[in-house]
Ligand binder design. Structure first.
Ligand SMILES: [Zn+2]
Ligand SMILES: [Zn+2]
Length: 302
C-alpha cells in the first residue's frame, strides 16, 4: 500500500498563499519532531519564460551529452529539466553548472517569487533558494518547493514537496484556475522516523513555557514572545511580578512548567530568547524567530 498526504489550495495565485502552503509543509515535519531539515524553494517560471530558459539549457547541454547517462540523453530532447533530478550524481552536477533559471524569469514571475520569499521571511520560516530545484513535472509553474532531510542520501532525500500548477486544471478541461499544493509520502516518512528514532510527534500539550523577565521594561517584548509561542500551539504564561531568578525557577517547577524563557536587556537588544530546560538545566540563547523550533527540539527530550 502507498499512502500519501496532500494539501491543495485552488483559486488564487497570490504569492502569500504560496508561503502559507510552504509554511504548512515545513510545520508538519517540525511538529513530527524531525531535525536537520532544509526547506528548498525556487521558481521555474511560467510557460513563456521557461521556454527561453530551456532553449539556453539545451544549448549548454548538447556538447556535454556524451557525459550524461542514457536516460538523460533521452531527456535532453523531451524534458531536459528532469536531468536535475537524475539518480546519477554526474548528471545532476552537469545540470547544476549550466545556466540558471532565475536569470530567465519574466518580470511577472520575478515579482511573484519575490512575494513568496518575502512572505516566508515574515513567517520566520528558514528556507534556501535552490536554482536546481525543478521537481521535473511539466505542469508546475512558478513556485516549486521541497523539504529534504539531511539525514538521507542526497539523491533521494526529499520528504515532501510540491508546487504551483496554474495551468493544470484548465488542461484537464476544468476552469482556468490557479492552484498550489504539496504531497508527503507517508510510508517513507514513517520509515525514516523509525530509523531516526523519532517518536510519533511532539505532544504540544506536554510543553509549558514560563516567560520571565526581571525588568518591567521588557513587558512588551514578553508579550511578543507570548504571542509567538501561543500562535504555535505552545502553552505559556508570563510572570509579571518577578523577584529573583531563583524564586522564579522554584515557582516554575511548582507550577509544572518545563521550560523558562528568560528575557532581559541582552535578549531584547538581540531579539533573542534564553531558554532553560528545567529537566536538565541546559540553557540556550537563540534568535526569537527560532524559539519555537528550539522549544519543540527541547520538548522532544522532555
Ligand atoms: Zn514568467
Ligand atoms: Zn542522468
Amino acid at each position: 500500500e502507498f499512502w500519501q498526504l496532500g494539501i491543495e489550495a485552488m483559486g488564487s495565485d497570490n504569492p502569500v498563499l504560496d508561503s502559507e502552503i510552504i509554511w504548512m509543509l515545513n510545520m508538519i515535519f517540525q511538529r513530527l519532531g524531525f531535525r536537520n531539515l532544509t526547506l528548498l524553494v525556487n521558481s521555474i517560471g511560467c510557460l513563456k519564460c521557461r521556454k527561453a530558459f530551456i532553449k539556453e539549457f539545451k544549448k549548454y547541454l548538447k556538447p556535454k551529452a556524451g557525459g550524461l547517462c542514457g536516460d538523460c540523453r533521452k531527456r535532453l530532447g523531451k524534458n531536459p529539466l528532469r536531468i536535475f533530478d537524475c539518480k546519477v550524481a554526474g548528471c545532476r552536477e552537469t545540470a547544476k553548472n549550466g545556466p540558471k533559471i532565475s536569470e530567465y524569469l519574466c518580470d511577472s514571475c520575478n515579482t511573484h517569487f519575490a512575494g513568496v520569499t518575502g512572505s516566508l521571511s515574515r513567517l520566520s520560516v528558514n528556507f534556501r533558494i535552490s536554482d536546481s530545484l525543478v521537481r521535473g513535472f511539466d505542469y508546475y509553474t512558478k513556485t516549486v518547493f521541497e523539504i529534504v532531510s539531511n539525514d538521507l542520501d542526497s539523491a533521494q532525500n526529499a520528504l515532501g514537496g510540491g508546487g504551483r500548477y496554474d495551468n493544470l486544471i484548465a488542461q484537464f478541461g476544468g476552469p482556468d484556475m490557479p492552484a498550489i499544493g504539496f504531497a508527503v509520502g507517508i510510508d517513507r516518512t514513517v520509515m525514516l522516523m523509525k530509523e531516526l528514532g523519532i517518536g510519533y510527534g511532539i505532544d504540544t500539550e506536554k510543553i509549558k513555557v514560563y516567560i520571565v523577565s526581571m525588568d518591567n521594561d521588557f513587558a512588551g517584548y514578553m508579550l511578543e514572545v507570548l504571542k509567538l509561542l501561543r500562535d504555535s500551539g505552545i502553552s505559556c504564561d508570563i510572570n509579571y511580578t518577578s523577584r529573583s531568578m531563583k524564586a522564579e525557577i522554584k515557582k516554575a517547577e511548582k507550577l509544572d512548567f518545563n521550560i523558562i524563557a528568560f528575557l532581559g536587556e541582552d535578549e531584547f537588544k538581540n531579539q533573542s530568547v534564553t531558554l532553560k530546560n528545567l529537566k536538565d538545566f541546559k540553557q540556550y540563547n537563540i534568535r526569537k524567530k527560532e524559539a519555537v523550533e528550539k522549544i519543540f527540539e527541547i520538548a522532544g527530550r522532555i
